[in-house]
Design a protein around this ligand. Structure first.
Ligand code: LMR
Length: 401
C-alpha cells in the first residue's frame, strides 16, 4: 500500500534542530532555530507567563471545546496588541480574527481562505524568505514566486527593485510581507519605504498578507506594527498572521492568530465565518491553555507591564550579543560582512557564510547555523560567543587562504 511513499528530506530548520539535539558534543552551539535563549542558554519562562499560569491553575476550570474561532478574550487581546486599542477598523468591527495554531497555523488558514476566494491569484514572497512560507502556500495549491529583497553586497534592502517588481504584479496578487525583524535576513523596510510600498499595493489592487512573528523584537510593540496600522489608516484590505511563540516564549503552546482587515463590519462577519470554516476543515478548534495565558497577561495591567519589561530586557540582551560578536569578529571577517551583525534587527543575522562554510562550522566546530547562512543571534551568550567567533574566523580564514 505505501511502497510508493518517498522519504521526507526533512525541514531546513526543524530537522537541523533535531540533529543538534542528537549531537553528543558538550560544547555544541545552537544558532539555527529562531528561539530566544537567556544568558545561561536556557529557554526562559517569562515572569508574567508563570504568574498567569499560577492564577489559572488556582481557578480549576473544565476544558470544553473552544469555539472554532477560538477564545473570545484572546481574539480581542490580539486585536488590541496588533492593531492598537484605538484602531478605527477595530472600533468599527471591520477586523475578522481567529485564534490559530501559531503563526504557521495562521498562514495555513489564510492560505486556504485565499485559495477558495482568489483561486487565480499567485503568491509572491521575498527573496529570500522563511523556508516554510513557500511550503505552506504551495501545499495550499498556489504558485509561489519571489520579489527582490535582500542585497548581499550591502547586507541591506534592494528597495527600488522590490518596489518596481511589486508595481508590475497583476491585480489581486498576494504579496507576503514581514512586518518586522525579517526572517531570515534581519533587514526591514523603514516607515517611508512602507508608505511607498503601500501606495503601490493600493494602486495595483494587491492583497498583502503580513506575517508578524517577532512583534516587540524590532523597534517596540507599536512601532513593529507600523505597516499594519498604516494599512488600516489607508483602508487597504489585508491579512495578518501573528504569533506569540517568540514574544511570550510560548513556542510549544502554538499561540497565534489570523486577522483580516475588511471594508465593512458586514463583510468582516462573512469573512470570519469563512475563516472559521477553514479552521473546522483543518483541526476543528484551537487549544485552550496558551490562549488563556496570553489573554490573562494582556488584559491584566500588572502582568502586561511585567511582560513588556521582560520582553524589552530580552531585546537589550540580543543587542548586547550583537555588539559582542561584532567586536570579536572585527579584524577576522571582511568589513563587508561585519556591519550586518549590528545593523540587522530581531533574532537573525544573515551572515553571508556559504552553505559549505556552514557545513564546516557544524561538522568541525559544533556551531549550528541554517545552511542559508542565517544565524540566530538571540541564542548567543557570554559562554558561546567567543567559540562562535573563533570558529567563524577560522572557517573564513581558510576560505580566504
Ligand atoms: C525559525 O525560523 O527558526 C522559527 O520560526 C522556527 C520555525 O518553525 O521555523
Amino acid at each position: 500500500m505505501f511502497e510508493h511513499i518517498d522519504a521526507y528530506p526533512g525541514d531546513p530548520i526543524l530537522s537541523l534542530n533535531e540533529d543538534f539535539a542528537k549531537d553528543p558534543r558538550a560544547d555544541k552551539v545552537n544558532l539555527s532555530i529562531g528561539i530566544y535563549y537567556d544568558d545561561e542558554g536556557r529557554l526562559p519562562v517569562m515572569r508574567a507567563v508563570r504568574d498567569a499560569e499560577a492564577q489559572l491553575l488556582a481557578e480549576p476550570a473544565a476544558k470544553p471545546y473552544l469555539p472554532m474561532a477560538g477564545f473570545a478574550a484572546y481574539r480581542d487581546a490580539v486585536q488590541s496588541l496588533v492593531f492598537g486599542d484605538d484602531s478605527p477598523a477595530r472600533i468599527e468591527g471591520r477586523i475578522a480574527t481567529v485564534q490559530t495554531l501559531g503563526g504557521s497555523g495562521a498562514l495555513k488558514v489564510g492560505a486556504d481562505f485565499i485559495k477558495r476566494y482568489f483561486p487565480a491569484s499567485h503568491v509572491w514572497v521575498s527573496d529570500p524568505t522563511w523556508d516554510n512560507h513557500r511550503f505552506i502556500f504551495e501545499r495550499a495549491g498556489f504558485t509561489v514566486g519571489t520579489y527582490p529583497y535582500y542585497d548581499e553586497a550591502s547586507g541591506g534592502l534592494k528597495f527600488d527593485a522590490m518596489l518596481s517588481a511589486i508595481r508590475d504584479l497583476p491585480a489581486k496578487s498576494v504579496v507576503l510581507l514581514h512586518a518586522c525583524c525579517h526572517n531570515p535576513t534581519g533587514v526591514d523596510l523603514n516607515d517611508a519605504q512602507w508608505a511607498m510600498l503601500i501606495d503601490a499595493i493600493k494602486a495595483r489592487d494587491l492583497l498583502p498578507f503580513i506575517d508578524m512573528a517577532y512583534q516587540g523584537f524590532g523597534a517596540g510593540l507599536d512601532a513593529d506594527a507600523f505597516a499594519i496600522r498604516e494599512l488600516v489608516r489607508r483602508n487597504v484590505p489585508a491579512l495578518i498572521a501573528n504569533s506569540f511563540s517568540k514574544n511570550f516564549s510560548l513556542y510549544g503552546e502554538r499561540c497565534g492568530a489570523l486577522s483580516v482587515i475588511c471594508e465593512s463590519a458586514e463583510i468582516a462577519a462573512r469573512v470570519l465565518g469563512q475563516l472559521t470554516s477553514a479552521v473546522r476543515a483543518n483541526y476543528s478548534n484551537p487549544p485552550t491553555h496558551g490562549a488563556r495565558i496570553v489573554a490573562r497577561v494582556l488584559t491584566t495591567p500588572a502582568l502586561r507591564q511585567s511582560w513588556q519589561e521582560e520582553l524589552a530586557s530580552m531585546c537589550t540582551r540580543i543587542a548586547r550579543m550583537r555588539s559582542a560578536i561584532h567586536a570579536r569578529l572585527s579584524g577576522n571577517v571582511p568589513d563587508a560582512m561585519l556591519a550586518r551583525y549590528v545593523e540587522q534587527r530581531g533574532m537573525f543575522t544573515y551572515t553571508g557564510l556559504s552553505a559549505a562554510q556552514v557545513d564546516v562550522l557544524r561538522e568541525r566546530h559544533g556551531v549550528y547555523l541554517i545552511r542559508s547562512g542565517r544565524m540566530c543571534v538571540a541564542a548567543l551568550n557570554e559562554r558561546n560567543v567567543d567559540a562562535t567567533a573563533r570558529a567563524i574566523g577560522e572557517v573564513l580564514s581558510k576560505a580566504i587562504a
